[in-house]
Design a protein around this ligand. Sequence first.
Ligand code: UDX
Length: 481
Amino acid sequence: MKNHSHEPVTIAVVGSGYVGLVASACFAEIGHRVICVDNDEAKVRTLQAGGIPIHEDYLPELLNQHRGGRLEFTTDLRNAAQTAQAIFIAVGTPQSRTGSADLSFVDAVASEIARSIDSYKVIVEKSTVPVYTNEWIRRVIERNGVPKDLFDVASNPEFLREGTAVVDFLHPDRIVVGAATDRASALLKQIYEPLTSGEYYRGDNRIPGPRTESELPPLLLTSTKAAEIIKHASNAFLATKISFINVVANICEAAGADVEEVAKGIGLDSRIGNKFLRAGVGYGGSCFPKDVAAFRNVAELVGVDFGLLHEVEKINEDQIHRFFQKVRSALWTFRGKKIGVLGLAFKGGTDDIRESPAIEIVKKLLSEGCIVSAYDPAAEARTKELIPAGAQMRYVDSPYAAAQDADALLILNDWSEFAELDLAKLHYTLRYPIIIDGRNLYDPTTMTEHGFTYLSVGRPGLSQPVDPISVFHEPRKRDKA
Ligand code: UDX
């Protein structure tokens, strides 16, 4: 029998957003032929002409290398679906008004695939979707008259992070494949074979990352429902971890302890792990807020009380208010104050401002009458679409320009360059040497030594720690104060 394991697969990827575009480039990188489909004609023309719509490390290199060779872009879903052996659905699943995922794009694509195919296909959901979506896709395709034996629907969730998406894809912690038939799982295993066999990591021109020939990524085969739940549960758990450390940070702040020390102490327990324990202004982005809400909604639909996720969301919202209060405590009044802002994207390393805590804080500053000078290495253009430059809002091209004559400087995301500032120059540039750091990028002692009033999250700062003895003996007096 012929061994298919190393044979390239022809893949259609529907959707050229963060997930679809990165998946397309990476499937081409590991040797497959990829047809990336989008119904946005302008976007497809841009991609065909060599444009790159998102800021993502290694993506320009991969697109330049494979475009016109193993990778093509088209608006023709019908032709792509007919040509491909596997069709990945990577369209958006935005949050609806109720918090559930809006699956109308997935539904529309599934119907169109059904109207197009005339030979066996594996249809793979890669978008983050609630449990039962797989089942729905199968029903939609059958309703459109496709016989059962002409297709399988599989689930292959994607765990990539923005900013490190290419490395996350090519060097994954795990690959999850939810499939109900051997035929479907065999094709998905074949697609990921260059990674799971180590072939890709032996190559000379591979994108560097944590995986090596001796540290191969595991491929976990599950039911389709388990795969869907794995994706939601992973994101909800990570968001919970962040909200948890943020509350611990607030306790540290009140008690006069340093959350960085506490996080290190917790994280050294291998059962807990040290990742995603960075306290700050809260999580944002296109995934965590949406997926926590969607998972909560799934729980509700199946009659399970997941109040924990309500708390996770509430803590995340409160964290922004607490930070804003900290700014207020340092500045007293806001009207007419000049504030330097470092960071607009929801985290460093990306130009994405969706659900960005930084944007919310900037909007609040503007509504309070501040004059904001903002710098972000990648997110300026996207922010300008939302908050145009004007008398109150200025965009500048360096951290020092943001700090120029400012009454205070706020650090709102974690670009690495924000952690490497020339402190003497910064001190000289600011009108008042006040830094309020929502990402704990600096050591408080160093900052004090450099003459700054430095406030961060969950670490001793300006405010006096609560004296537990007085709290214990005189609770009423404190309440009144
Ligand atoms: C996330 C998941 O990590 C990824 O697996 C999934 O596929 C998509 O959602 P992403 O949204 O790109 O990825 O960003 P991530 O790096 O996970 O950060 C999310 C948010 O949490 C950011 O706002 C970040 O600043 C914040 N965060 C992260 C913290 O506040 N503290 C931490 O310790 C880690």
